[in-house]
Write a protein that binds this ligand. Structure first.
Ligand code: SF4
Ligand code: SF4
Length: 685
């Protein structure tokens, strides 16, 4: 009878799960954009080992992280126990041979099972605590989450009763001498507690424990595809198929002209225009809220919260999916399936700075920037819907090759009075100094270009600039969703750089660095691109620049997202600062890969910020100044990006911190090496 009940339960449980999983699979395939994620299998396997089995990102939030580790490994260990329990419906003595109770591995397994039963209970209690007592803002309190936690909790208590009851039964029948099994401390403690119970109650508890575990696990299995715990199934493929392109990289739209001619969708209008991996991302969101916890837009009260963005898309897929499946999984044409604004308000999309904080935090490697960009692309290129201030930048980029709308002939004016050669005159120069639009046209940023050029000249570096032949890399257009304009600029720049046979590029702008290094290869441009902080640090290390003049001040360094998080340059600017005599360096609370964005990225520089509780640059300056008390010797914020400089300077002014100096790391080094400030040099010029 027992085997019959178990057979019926297993058939119903696994049958139900297989049906639901099949529906999810079909739904995933209704996203039609092709996406290849089979390259670099070794690296993919390594990712699974490090990030899934190694749980590497989990401990970035230590308490929740360790609780998850306990539950995750408990799940793996107790999976075997579940199989054993199912087997015992057919044979009460069933054991897997090597894990038999008298086998060495069996003894180790019994100990692991016992310990993990309690560790899982502890982990679940931490999750309850975070949700019900601390009510952490990043978490969403929902019925499904609490139900699953309760199922896990009850299963673990059931295991203790089953094992404890079994020990009491075998001790009473004389099958074993002692009530205590030393290899199972927690089951033994349960047995000691049950020792005085009447025999009938003990047997009932043992049986209840058995059936509770054996059936609840099937209930759990069938709930998975309908909520956030589906990640239990999808996390492995999601980590395996993760994006291996550089952080912040955006995919080009292939044959963009042909698509326009054929009237094909540009960007994403519906889920059907996304890829299967986008839907797998939606399935995998655990709703842990770490992404939103780090997001500068969420932190400053904008409508954007990456977690809710992901959940809105997922709920839309679940809500509308049955209709799509009825239509044979064909891309839906219904108005209700248009994503913006029905599912995602446009303000959500325009609040993103593409800083990458969310993607670097997500423990299951969900990406958001790609989806936000696909939606922006559709709005901009097909609907003509975008914040009107962007129009000025687009027009400048289209007509004169820079978003400031200056005549491109003025590009090299910042170098007046310096012997900086043009590439046309020095075609064999070792380095190309890519100046970028900000350092070419913005009066404050021009000083960064001058300081850098003077340092390179001082160190005897063989370099040249393109001057009027340089155009904007197209970064503002690309991040604003105007891929067509970006592609035009990228092709023109690649053509110029390849014509000159450029191999090595140094730039002061992290946005140029990112685009030239990570995105131009898709347009035929393959260059070694480094940031000026890296080259300057090399020159100081080699003794070609000697910072000998003290700069008496205290400085806090602000990490630019496109330099640090997206391109991994954290150390070089810090090394430079540490080598300047007299300069005291302090770290911000949120720094390195958790450094907060300045608010300029993702084309925000060229538009008004979305409405929120604070401006992003104001919030960042508050964080920086929290570790930089007012002092006599002077306080400074050092940055390594001309756009960060603008944002932080504006925020200091707005907040009345006129005493705080803003300097690029090149300007600070310039003070220590050359003594004359680039400002003075410029004025002389
Ligand atoms: S990229 Fe930055 S601004 Fe955009 S959603 Fe992620 S954390 Fe928020
Ligand atoms: S997207 Fe990632 S970080 Fe954000 S809530 Fe989901 S699992 Fe957590």
């Amino acid at each position: 009878m027992r085997w019959l009940v178990m057979t019926a339960l297993l058939a119903a449980g696994w049958g139900g799960f297989a049906y639901s999983a099949w529906q999810r699979w079909r739904l995933m395939r209704s996203a039609r954009r092709p996406e290849k994620r089979w390259d670099r299998p070794g690296e993919r396997i390594r990712s699974v080992l490090v990030y899934m089995f190694g749980q590497k990102r989990m401990v970035r939030y230590p308490l929740a992280g360790w609780a998850h580790i306990a539950v995750f490994f408990g799940f793996l260990v107790l999976l075997l126990n579940t199989l054993i329990l199912w087997g015992r419906a057919y044979d009460p003595e069933f054991e897997f041979w090597v894990f038999g109770h008298d086998q060495p591995l069996g003894k180790v397994y019994a100990l692991l099972r016992d310990v993990f039963t309690v560790l899982v209970i502890a982990g679940v209690l931490v999750f309850y605590w975070n949700r019900l007592v601390l009510r952490l803002k990043r978490l969403t309190l929902n019925f499904e989450g609490l139900l699953i936690l309760t199922i896990i909790f009850v299963m673990m208590i059931a295991d203790l009763l089953y094992e404890g009851g079994g020990l009491v039964r075998r001790w009473r029948s004389g099958e074993q001498q002692s009530l205590v099994a030393w290899g199972m401390p927690f089951a033994s403690a349960t047995a000691l507690w049950m020792k005085g119970w009447p025999e009938g109650l003990c047997r009932m508890a043992e049986q209840a424990g058995y059936w509770a575990h054996a059936t609840l696990v099937l209930v759990f299995l069938n709930l998975l595809p309908y909520g956030k715990h589906f990640h239990v199934v999808t996390v492995l493929p999601n980590v395996f198929f993760r994006q291996l392109k550089p952080s912040g990289w955006l995919r080009p739209i292939p044959d963009i002209d042909g698509r326009l001619e054929r009237g094909e969708v540009l960007g994403a209008r519906r889920v059907a225009d996304l890829s299967w991996k986008c839907v797998l991302d939606m399935y995998t969101c655990t709703e842990c809220g770490r992404c939103s916890d780090q997001c500068p837009a969420t932190q400053t009260g904008k409508l954007l919260s990456p977690k809710h963005f992901m959940i809105s898309l997922r709920d839309h897929v679940y809500r509308r999916g049955p209709k799509w499946l009825e239509a044979g999984g064909k891309p839906a044409q219904d108005e209700q399936d248009i994503l913006v604004p029905q599912v995602v308000p446009a303000e959500v999309l325009w609040a993103c700075t593409t800083c990458g904080a969310c993607e670097h935090e997500c423990p299951v490697f969900i990406t958001y920037i790609d989806k936000i960009m696909e939606l922006r692309r559709h709005l901009v290129m097909e609907q003509g819907q975008f914040p009107e201030q962007l129009q000025t930048a687009f027009r400048g980029l289209e007509t004169v090759g820079n978003p400031y709308s200056f005549a491109n002939e003025q590009r090299a004016e910042w170098a007046a009075g310096l012997s900086v050669p043009l590439r046309a005159d020095r075609p064999d120069a070792e380095w190309l100094f890519w100046v970028g639009c900000a350092c070419s046209f913005d009066d404050r940023a021009k000083k960064i270009a001058r300081a850098t050029a003077e340092l390179l000249l001082e160190a005897g570096v063989d370099f040249a600039i393109l001057g009027p032949e340089e155009q904007c890399t197209g970064d503002p257009a690309r991040r604003a969703g105007n891929e067509y304009l970006f592609a035009m600029l990228a092709q023109a720049n690649v053509e110029t750089l390849n014509r000159y046979g450029v191999k090595n590029i140094v730039t002061t702008c992290p946005h140029c660095l990112h685009t030239l290094r990570n995105e131009y290869p898709d347009f035929g441009g393959h260059f070694e691109v480094i940031h000026h902080s890296v080259l300057l640090a090399d020159l100081v290390r080699a003794g070609r620049l000697v910072p000998r003049h003290p700069v008496p001040a205290t400085v806090v360094y602000h990490d630019a997202c496109y330099l640090g998080r997206h391109n991994g340059v954290f150390q070089a600017p810090r090394e430079l600062l540490s080598r300047i005599p007299g300069l005291a360096v302090v770290e911000a609370g949120q720094c390195r890969d958790r450094g907060m964005c300045c608010g300029a990225g993702g084309a925000q520089m060229w538009k008004e910020e979305e409405h929120g509780t604070s401006r992003v640059n104001h919030a960042r300056v508050r964080q920086l100044l929290a570790v930089l008390p007012q002092m006599d010797s002077g306080r400074m914020i050092a940055s390594a990006c001309p756009f960060c400089m603008t944002m932080l300077t504006d925020a200091c002014k707005d907040q009345g911190h006129d005493d705080v100096q803003q300097l690029d790391i090149a300007e600070l080094l310039h003070r220590a090496v050359v003594r004359k400030t680039p400002v003075a040099v410029m004025e002389q010029a």
